[in-house]
Design a protein around this ligand. Structure first.
Ligand SMILES: Nc1ncnc2c1ncn2[C@@H]1O[C@H](COP(=O)(O)OP(=O)(O)OP(=O)(O)O)[C@@H](O)[C@H]1O
Ligand SMILES: [Mg+2]
Length: 352
């Protein structure tokens, strides 16, 4: 076990492993609390408001910001990286507040799960967030989000690093697919047009159409509908109530908006895999292509939480490819990347 050096009479403290995924929608931090491994989740958003009593600006982050200020809250991450200097400042503030709010120790080895996309500016912004964060006195590394997210699927978690397999990451602002050969990423393919956020927007549009224009929901509400109700195994129509501009309330039922939107999402995902990712993989690495299709493809990312989605996806992908396809995912695909990052951080401490 690695121990950091005591300085100025401070007692030496053990390094603790921390796994982080700073996602466009949610940030997840996994760390040990006593003998337990805990996961902290927060919406990756921040807002400021004026405290009317003391006339000061105050900051609010996470779920409170998203629900109390749905229009003003800023989601500052895109594809796992801040887009510009301003969103880097926001991300840095958000991350530091989240760490402080949960008492995540400074004496830590930290692994960040990040998207493996070619975005030099984004990576530089991200590095600043990491540098400005109070954690990580021990080793600090980053690994691809989809590799981290696949680790919890394997029996011995770090076994993934000795395997050949394909992954598909179903994120909020990105859809990524790639193959891994002993931890090395091959034939990375991504698009920002098949995403959880787009599904949310589509749900909002469909709800408007389904209610003959009477109901307009915001993106936060659409996401809540999706996360709370989308289910390929046992979807049930549900009702909600909106306040009307002129006073009074209007109750309505959502019959098919949510499932139509996620159904189309799966079709688009199948199309992207068959006509994009797999074409590239077969061309560049024909042996890896054969091996990757003959074993379970690992789904990662929050959209894989939708019950039954993996089965529907596997069936449609199998039909399109005329080949039996198995898909698998961690028990909690939304937490898996941070859990996998935590496992790597724990290993870094062992080998220090
Ligand atoms: N239980 C759930 N049911 C349905 N959808 C979910 C669930 N949990 C999360 N999602 C959706 O998954 C998406 C977020 O996935 P994920 O957490 O992997 O993205 P991210 O890493 O924050 O974003 P990105 O990869 O784009 O940076 C969002 O669209 C979110 O609404
Ligand atoms: Mg992601």
């Amino acid at each position: 076990m690695a121990v950091t050096k005591a300085s100025d009479g401070e007692p030496a403290e053990e390094l603790v492993p921390v796994g982080v995924k700073l996602g466009s929608t949610r940030t997840v931090i996994v760390y040990p609390d006593g003998d337990e491994r805990v996961a902290v989740e927060s919406m990756t958003c921040l807002t400021t408001y004026r405290d009317v009593l003391v006339d000061e600006q105050r900051r609010l982050y996470g779920e409170d910001a998203a629900t109390e200020y749905p229009d003003e809250s800023q989601f500052m991450i895109r594809n796992g990286l801040p887009v510009d200097a301003e969103s880097t400042d926001l991300a840095s503030t958000f991350f530091s507040e989240l760490l402080a709010g949960n008492g995540i120790p400074r004496n830590s080895a930290v692994v960040y799960a990040i998207p493996a996309i070619d975005n030099e500016a984004g990576l530089r912004h991200f590095e600043r967030v990491v540098e400005e964060s109070p954690i990580g006195r021990g080793p600090v590394r980053s690994y691809p989000e989809s590799l981290c997210g696949a680790l919890p699927v394997f029996e011995e978690r770090l076994d993934a690093i000795d395997e050949v397999f394909a992954t598909v990451n179903l994120g909020g602002t990105i859809f990524e697919a790639c193959a891994y050969r002993y931890g090395e990423q091959l034939a990375q393919w991504s698009t920002s047009s098949i995403t959880g956020n787009r599904v949310d927007r589509r749900i909002a549009n469909y709800v408007e159409a389904e209610t003959q224009g009477r109901v307009n929901i915001d993106a936060t509400t659409a996401r809540e509908y999706k996360e709370g109700h989308a289910d390929f195994e046992s979807y049930e129509p549900f009702t909600d109530v909106v306040q009307q501009p002129g006073g009074g309330s209007h109750e309505f039922t959502v019959e098919c908006s949510v499932m139509d939107a996620v159904d189309e999402y799966v079709d688009q995902a199948v199309e992207a895999i068959t006509t994009g990712f797999l074409v590239d993989l077969e061309r560049a690495y024909p042996d890896i292509y054969d091996r990757a299709l003959d074993r379970p493809i690992v789904l990662t990312g929050g959209m894989a939480c939708i019950p039954g989605l993996a089965n529907v996806f596997a069936t449609r992908l199998g039909q399109a490819l005329q080949h039996d396809i198995t898909l698998t995912h961690a028990e909690r695909p939304d937490l898996a990347a941070a859990q996998g990052a935590y496992e790597i951080a724990a290993r870094l401490i062992e080998v220090e």
